[in-house]
Design a protein around this ligand. Structure first.
Ligand SMILES: [Zn+2]
Ligand SMILES: [Zn+2]
Length: 259
């Protein structure tokens, strides 16, 4: 379950203070961890900043985290995302978009409502969803390589989100502690954690294994034109399959528990 309060958050997403009321948060200009400016309100619209934490299955709590976009005005927070997504959002304000009829549109919904609700309660679901959306933004502009890259990252985040939510293995925290993970292969790999700690099917494992190093292989083959789009469609399809196979049954389980 998520617990929600208001927070003072620095540019590097250190949550400095947490309180029931945003007015009672102390005003500190800079983070004592990293020296970056600290915000108690959205810089765009002055709305207070909700922060959330979750209870793990063993009863302990995760650290407080802020969302990436303001719930009121929709702008990305200073620690928020954007990577490809924000850049493209900005670019769209200055350059005319592709003509509607010529704009390629990805087909198939990656996150049906039930899965979306499940992900909203997880620690890293935001990352998964925003990478997939960044991928779709790139897709609409025929930016095939960035789209491919974003979908591959989304595949990685799907596994990370699942592991944290269902097994308590937090890859991001482990990396903070100095353990470096690869998607597949190497001493520490995400796919090995899935095999070792979760009851995942062969389809899931093969989706991840076949995605490993795809970016580099793709660059090496100098793909162009229609081939590129077909490849991107295939990777997006894999992401869809993975999200379905990882989260579908959990969504159904959560609904049954409520009944
Ligand atoms: Zn900081
Ligand atoms: Zn705002």
């Amino acid at each position: 379950m998520a617990e929600v309060k208001f927070g003072a958050v620095c540019v590097n997403e250190h949550v400095k203070y947490v309180h029931d009321s945003s007015e009672d948060l102390p005003a500190i200009p800079h983070c004592d961890d990293c020296g970056q400016p600290v915000f108690r309100q959205c810089p765009e619209c002055n709305a207070p900043i909700p922060v959330r934490r979750y209870s793990k299955s063993d009863g302990s709590k995760t650290r407080w985290q802020a969302k990436r976009y303001c719930y009121q005005c929709g702008e990305a927070y200073p620690w928020g995302p954007g990577r490809a997504g924000q850049l493209i959002d900005k670019a769209q304000r200055y350059i005319p978009g592709p003509a509607a009829e010529s704009s390629p549109t990805p087909s198939g919904i990656i996150f049906p409502t039930g899965i979306m609700q499940y992900l909203d309660e997880t620690k890293y679901g935001d990352e998964l969803v925003s990478h997939a959306r960044d991928g779709d933004s790139c897709y609409r502009y025929s930016l095939w390589f960035p789209a491919l890259t974003m979908y591959i990252h989304a595949i990685e985040w799907a596994a990370i989100t699942f592991l944290e939510a269902e097994t308590g293995i937090d890859i991001i925290e482990k990396e903070r502690d100095g353990v470096n993970y690869y998607l597949a292969g190497g001493e520490h790999s995400i796919v090995n954690e899935l095999i070792r700690h979760a009851d995942v099917d062969q389809k899931t494992i093969s989706v991840i294994n076949s995605t490993n190093r795809l970016e580099r292989r793709w660059v090496a083959h100098h793909k162009s034109g229609q081939t590129r789009r077909d490849d991107v469609d295939a990777v997006r399809g894999r992401l869809e399959t993975l999200v379905e196979s990882l989260f579908r049954t959990l969504t159904i389980k959560a609904q049954e528990d409520e009944e």
